[in-house]
Design a protein around this ligand. Sequence first.
Ligand code: HEM
Length: 497
Amino acid sequence: MAWISIAVLILIAFVYLLPQLLSSNKKKKLPPGPRGLPIIGHFHLLGKNPHQDLYRIAKKHGPIMHMRLGYVPAIVVSSPDAAELFLKTYDHVFCSRPHHESSKYVGYEQKNITFGKYGPYWRNIRKHCTLELLSNLKINQFQAMRRTEVELLVSSLIGASKIGETVDVSTKIASLSADITCLMVFGKKYEDTDLDGKGFKAVVKEAVQVAAIPNLGDYFPYLGVLDLQGLTGKMKALAKVFDGFLEKIIEDHVQYKEDYKQTKDFVDTMMAIMESGDASFEFDRSHVKAVLLDIFITGMDTSAAAVEWVLSELIKHPEVMKKLQKELDAVIGLDRMVEESDLDNLEYLNMVIKETFRLHPVAPLLLPHKSMEDCVVDGYHLPKASRIIVNTWAIGRDPNVWAEAEKFQPERFLGSDIDLRGRNYQLIPFGSGRRGCPGLQLGMVVVRLLVAQLVHCFDWELPNGMLPSDLDMAEYFGLVTTRAENLMAIPTYRLHK
Ligand code: HEM
């Protein structure tokens, strides 16, 4: 197998790379970058945590850096000013997505929003989702549901508190986030067993992880069909599991409709667009499934990872935890739980969340963008079809903007008007511009509500006498980057009732 791979790679190098290297691009000034190897380019410089590797390399070569990943030119963006150029000034050039082998299967040929190519279909379907699911009005309609689900989590933690039990906080948060997202998107909770018996979170986690591993098919023409890494095979298997699950959901809804259901959920809305036949864009059953799965995965995983990181930083910094509890006690008191209507009054909570996003953006390299035409940025020639990688993890550590960048200090946001909406390029955990996250409002409600509730209701201690400073903050890189090890902690209930 190995010699076949090598032979194919060499052939591709001759057919594609040599003419390219000898051609016009040579005369044009590309951004600086490290020296690459023949054929593979710079792949060898990237390890398990590519955002950290790119951060180190960019320190030497600058905030707009040129690299080559196999056959694909890549531009790595690592400072706020550079991010503004790519996500605002020239956003119209860089707002497409590159070919993504995994999305061919799990995204039904990139019919989802996340990996959809820039164009009328993507614009229309993104607009529909924003209106039908992610608008403030819709978010508020699900407030009571979120409250019920959060109460369920709190009562299970009270149970653990009574017996001094160590809780797998990461798993608890992921379950809650999955339930909330299921209820919003599919209209009901599904059991773990509904997804091939493997478990919901496990299947979604596997898909997000496999999708994040660089697939040679994305970087070397024609290698996709050979599937030398076996990733496409894995994705096809996962896609089959998801497809069965989505078919079941759609059938449930068709059945239900015949029973004269009153209230419409998101699945009904997507089905209605399909059935009306008057959408100005092609929209069949595969489009419905692609969008449902997309929103389900993006909604569930991101918010859970963010809450996990905030709680980890709070446990690691007890003085910040105490200060936040003081704020919660002052605004809410100890006789009732936090309500969503309290969230806007919790200023320190917002600072804690911003500081966590600065150090732990859950999508440290955003999602890859692609240039739709040749473009000159900051005097550099950027070829058409380059992959644009915005390293928001590096931007959050840029010493030109952040003093003592490695330290967790929520107070740095005191009196600052930096927000998370993508207007301040030093802090863009939700991206910015045309491809910026459409779920920002919803994500922020969920993250703020969960963190506030968990910190207000409970004190948290690490198990086995572990000190806060011992808590390991290692990352596991994926499209969503989580803690490497699950967060384990012991809750102690602190409210009066
Ligand atoms: C804490 C929560 C969240 C974070 C940190 C987050 C972050 C991001 C980031 C960084 C991107 C890529 C931006 C880019 O490529 O420039 C993105 C895209 C996206 N997010 Fe979120 N997200 C969150 C929650 C959500 C939620 C709750 C939903 C929906 C239920 C959602 C739906 C999407 C979609 C559909 C895209 C693709 C947009 C496009 O390509 O046009 N996200 N998100």
